[in-house]
Design a protein around this ligand. Structure first.
Ligand SMILES: *Cc1c(COP(=O)(O)O)cnc(C)c1O
Length: 387
């Protein structure tokens, strides 16, 4: 049997049309009509003034930090419960990083911990240059509360919406709340261009500045002249063709992933000790990955056991993101917990959670097989030592 993957590319069939347009006009490079159109489509979809497409989501974060002026001697606050790509660009720029814990209702940045971090910085006469808020697995963070805290200390938010394209928070698209927002079109995301990203903002000047930096920061002169460090981060016109076609089916992909979640939930939620990632009231998650946690007092498998056992059945699953403040790369970085008296929320999630295959191209039969396999494994949980 074919291995069932966590999330694999799902083409719409229309990609080839836009790629062919690029070939027929020999607009292979640079930029070109697909890029222009893809950027317009993204901005419209998300409901912001301006968008720039890049060759990765990581590049978009790097640009976002750059246009906010982050550099050596600065500090950036960042969600701890995320993929390393959220934080790496802070290191590229030589800035220091402080990690903020999750809160239990969204698994995303805790406004309480953020407040404590900002208050402490203020007491020392310091202020971070930016806050990177991540919306994990499709669930938006508590943007109202986070914005209120951030605004109080006058620090801009960069929304890492790499995993939450198509999701909504209080009727507005996820990724459109910060000063800048970023998306990723990496191969495993809800839509993909094979690799790519986008930077969005209500502030057209910031996007213009980002595009300038993304194209080697060339000054207005008759020769090649450069006054600041630039990058080569723009998306190609061929790749943008894939993006245009993918964006056309984004809402369909969101419905499909939500249906996958519903089926898992229906079949598994009555099992003792299983909890699904919550969906905050007034939000709509794209359910990029269905994720659940196991109560260790009831389920005597660790997420690693389950991951291995599922793998033997040709099912790819994955433990949740390892919090960045626990990564060797970030040893000794400051960390603010949600509740100082209790275990860190992100560490608890990491030690108890698992992502299940959630690709929109997964068949119902495949999903039934996953559900059946998981139920069978869990029913044997008391015999854990026999495995
Ligand atoms: C995928 C991802 C990124 C990085 O996007 P790339 O396009 O792979 O560079 C950043 N942050 C989060 C949370 C992601 O999941």
């Amino acid at each position: 049997m074919e291995r069932i993957l966590l999330s694999s590319p799902h083409m719409s069939g229309n990609e080839q049309t836009y790629i062919n347009e690029a070939f027929e006009t020999n607009w292979i490079a640079p930029l070109g009509p697909n890029v222009v159109r893809f950027e317009k489509d993204i901005a419209n979809y998300v409901g912001v003034k301006s968008a720039a497409v890049t060759d990765s989501g990581t590049a978009a974060i790097h640009l976002a930090l750059s246009v906010l002026g982050v550099g050596k001697g600065d500090t950036v606050f960042c969600s701890t419960f995320t993929f390393v790509a959220s934080a790496n660009p802070v290191l590229y720029l030589g800035a220091d990083i402080v990690f903020i814990d999750s809160e239990p209702e969204t698994w995303n940045m805790s406004p309480v911990a953020l407040y404590r971090g900002l208050k402490e910085a203020e007491k020392k006469g310091e202020r971070p240059k930016a806050i990177i808020v991540v919306n994990l697995y499709g669930q938006s963070a508590k943007m109202d509360e986070l914005l209120e805290v951030a605004n109080r200390f006058n620090v801009p938010i960069i929304e890492d919406a790499a995993e939450s394209l198509g999701s909504e928070y209080k009727g507005k698209k996820s990724g459109s709340f910060g000063k800048l927002g970023i998306y990723s079109f990496n191969g495993n995301k809800i839509i993909t261009t094979s690799g790519g990203g986008a930077l969005v903002s209500e502030d057209e000047d910031l996007i213009e500045k980002a595009v300038f930096l993304a194209t080697q920061a060339r000054d207005n002169a008759p020769h090649y002249q450069h006054s600041v460090i630039g990058y080569n981060y723009r998306m190609s016109n061929v790749v943008a063709g894939i993006g245009r076609a993918q964006l056309e089916v984004l809402d369909e992909r969101v419905s499909q992933r939500r249906a996958i979640y519903e089926r898992y939930h229906q079949e598994l939620s009555s099992i003792d000790g299983i909890n699904f990632m919550p969906e905050l009231e007034n939000t709509m998650s794209n359910r990029w990955l269905t994720t659940l946690t196991f109560d260790p007092a009831i389920v005597r498998f660790s997420p690693y056991d389950l991951m291995d056992l599922m793998s033997k059945k040709n099912i790819e699953s994955r433990v949740l993101w390892k919090p960045l403040h626990l990564q060797p790369l970030f040893v000794n970085k400051k960390f603010y917990a949600h509740n100082q008296e209790e275990n860190s929320v992100s560490e608890d999630l990491f030690s108890t959670g698992l992502c299940l295959p959630s690709g929109s191209n997964m068949t119902e039969i495949q999903q039934e097989y996953i559900i059946h396999s998981l139920k069978k494994l869990l029913s044997k949980r008391l015999l854990v030592n026999q495995f």
